[in-house]
Write a protein that binds this ligand. Structure first.
Ligand code: FAD
Length: 265
């Protein structure tokens, strides 16, 4: 196989290279199998771009690209958008200055011990955890988008993205089951941060030991005690989570100040 050099990384950081590689993959690979976007698919994609353009705590050229993509999608009077037009914009064929998204993949915190392990699905989790945290930290960010005043905005957008576009259809079905069960009970932006954290741990526990697991990255409940000692408590000899501490930890972890630019293009 192709040899990719191992990249040293720190588990307590989020790597911008993972988030940007994930956005590159989403826009240039995953979306490419949908030759035209229309109807519900188009609405789902527009909501996704709205949420990332407004909330992604990225580097300036990436944010500018997402904002330009959003403005363009909003301004288009047509109900069918050819994927190639989206690709031209993402590739910046119009040479708008200061706008750029990497067109290669550099997994860092998401690198796998084998090329088929980890990578994109890992980056998608990181992206949506980041977006739920940003929505909680910046309550006005979605003003005038049609998504404001909805504490479930990021989660519902993720739900629709996953069931409509995510290449792993089995993942989509599992996620939809969890969403149906309890997503509509989320009442605040903080609750949405914790909802996603909790569901991700359910997925981790379900997949522990599965073929898709990278033996170098065994699936466990997260954050582990080394990352957040205060998140863990013992009550009557049983492990419990201190959710107040978990929320505070997630808000320290999935923010720009904890994102490393190392290995970005
Ligand atoms: P991931 O689970 O991808 O986690 C990425 C990083 O997120 C971790 O390294 C850690 O830093 C952080 N993290 C871990 N847990 C949490 C948490 N609870 N809260 C916040 N941050 C956390 N694969 C299947 O085989 N079957 C499925 O049904 C399935 N469903 C999926 C549903 C969704 C919505 C997504 C995005 C992925 C799904 N996957 C599924 C893929 C699977 O969950 C992993 O993404 C993949 O196996 C890679 O695992 P990983 O070791 O990189 O860690």
């Amino acid at each position: 196989g192709i040899h990719v050099a191992w990249k040293e990384f720190n588990k307590s950081k989020v790597y911008m290279a993972d988030l940007e590689s994930g956005l590159h993959y989403l826009l240039r690979v995953e979306l490419a199998s949908h030759k035209t976007l229309e109807g519900e698919e188009l609405k789902t994609f527009k909501d996704f771009v709205t949420v990332v353009a407004k909330l992604f705590p990225g580097r300036q050229p990436v944010v500018k690209l997402l904002e330009t993509l959003l403005e363009w999608l909003i301004s288009l009077p047509i109900a069918h958008i050819p994927y190639d037009a989206i690709l031209d914009l993402v590739n910046n064929k119009m040479r708008i200055s200061g706008m750029f998204l990497t067109n290669k993949i550099d997994w860092v915190g998401c690198q796998g011990s084998q090329p088929e392990l980890r990578g994109y699905p890992c980056s998608l989790w990181l992206l949506f955890h980041t977006l739920t945290v940003q929505a909680a930290e910046r309550p006005d960010a979605l003003a005038n988008t049609g998504l404001e005043d909805n504490p479930q905005a990021v989660l519902q957008t993720m739900r629709k993205y996953i069931t409509t576009f995510f290449g792993c259809q089995e993942c989509g079905r599992h996620f939809e089951e969890m969403a149906k069960e309890s997503m509509n009970q989320v009442n605040t932006a903080d609750e949405s941060v914790l909802w996603l954290w909790k569901k991700h741990n359910i997925v981790n526990n379900r997949l522990a030991g599965a073929l898709s697991e990278d033996p170098m990255f065994p699936k466990t409940s997260w954050p582990t005690p080394d990352l957040c000692p205060a998140c863990h408590e013992e009550v009557d000899g049983l492990h419990t989570w201190n959710e107040k501490e978990v929320l505070a930890f997630l808000k320290r972890h999935y923010v720009f100040s904890n994102m490393s630019p190392k290995y970005t293009a």
